[in-house]
Design a protein around this ligand. Structure first.
Ligand SMILES: C[S@@+](CC[C@H](N)C(=O)[O-])C[C@H]1O[C@@H](n2cnc3c(N)ncnc32)[C@H](O)[C@@H]1O
Length: 286
């Protein structure tokens, strides 16, 4: 018998998600039910005795079925919030992570005058979350996003259109900086940095659903940093900066690689969990 009230649906979904070993089944049951019936989580809890229609019950069943297969919520809903903006997410792009907001924050701290005209380059743009979030905060900035994956480029482009920033951004398919001419004030990247041997140990949501191209950083996880750091200095203006997101424990290694370029002044910043999450290299302005 399908559940007939929100409260019964919540219990049902929670039990199913628990069986599927979802980490926080109570929280996720609320998210799925709320979305299925078009209410907020608060409203679902408040109106818990509200009856549900057969159509709502089947939508809840569909979401629960998908989530029990460990499909990420971002894929089920086709979107994810980042920097308080809603981004379209498909299996072609990495689901934006809260960790990556550290990179956006670190970049904004470098720009005391938000109304300055400046240029931003995002290498490995994926959904576009870094580039587009920065452009919303910097009204006079324009930006270029690069990704090697054409379908990811299409998602980034749609997100730029959806968030009204297509007139200040261009999305290019390319291999890191190979397709880039000119110099930028800010160059950012959250490259793939998982050591290839660790991918199989990741949660099913990541291992089975996120694009390999967005995860694999080669044998030691550092391949993409090596490639980006070779030559990136040529696309940064004097006084401009490169900001790289790094995985836990990678900051000292990536900082050391960046320091090999004598023009870079290098430091790191931490995320909310006190993990060194961003390597910041500023090009010395003579
Ligand atoms: C970890 S994801 C980051 C996506 C997005 N910037 C974010 O922070 O959510 C890395 C991205 O780099 C792209 N990528 C991988 N190799 C690349 C290459 N050689 N050149 C350009 N982009 C590449 C992947 O397709 C993927 O979209």
């Amino acid at each position: 018998m399908p559940p007939t009230t929100l409260a019964a649906a919540l219990d049902d979904v929670e039990a199913r998600l628990k069986e599927a070993a979802i980490e926080d089944p109570r929280f996720e049951s609320r998210v799925l039910v709320a979305r299925a019936v078009g209410l907020s989580v608060g409203e679902v809890l408040f109106y818990s005795r509200r009856p549900i229609s057969p159509a709502e019950a089947s939508q809840i069943a569909r979401y629960t079925e998908e989530r029990s297969k460990r499909r990420p919520v971002s894929h089920i809903f086709g979107e994810k919030e980042f920097w308080s903006l809603t981004f379209e997410v498909t299996p072609d792009v990495l689901t934006p992570r809260p960790d990556t907001e550290t990179l956006v924050e670190a970049a904004l701290e470098l720009i005391p005058d938000r109304d300055r005209t400046l240029s931003v380059l995002d290498l490995g743009v994926g959904s576009g979350c870094i580039l587009i979030s920065l452009l919303t905060e910097l009204p006079q900035a324009y930006g270029v996003g690069v990704d090697i994956d054409f379908d990811a480029c299409l998602v980034a482009r749609r997100n730029a259109v959806r968030l009204g920033l297509d007139n200040r951004s261009a999305i290019i398919q390319g291999d890191w900086i190979s397709a880039i001419g000119g110099k930028f004030d800010l160059v950012l990247s959250n490259p793939p940095y998982i050591p290839i041997g660790e991918i199989e140990t990741l949660e099913p949501e990541v291992r089975d659903y996120e694009p390999r191209l967005a995860l694999s950083g080669g044998r030691d996880g550092l391949d993409c940093y090596k490639r980006i750091l070779t030559g990136v200095g040529t696309v940064i203006r004097p006084g401009g900066s490169l900001l790289l997101e790094v995985g836990s424990g990678q900051a000292p290694l990536v900082s050391a690689m960046a320091r090999q370029n004598p023009l870079f002044r290098v430091k790191t910043t931490t995320d909310l969990g006190k993990v060194e999450r961003c390597v910041l290299a500023t090009v010395i302005d003579h």
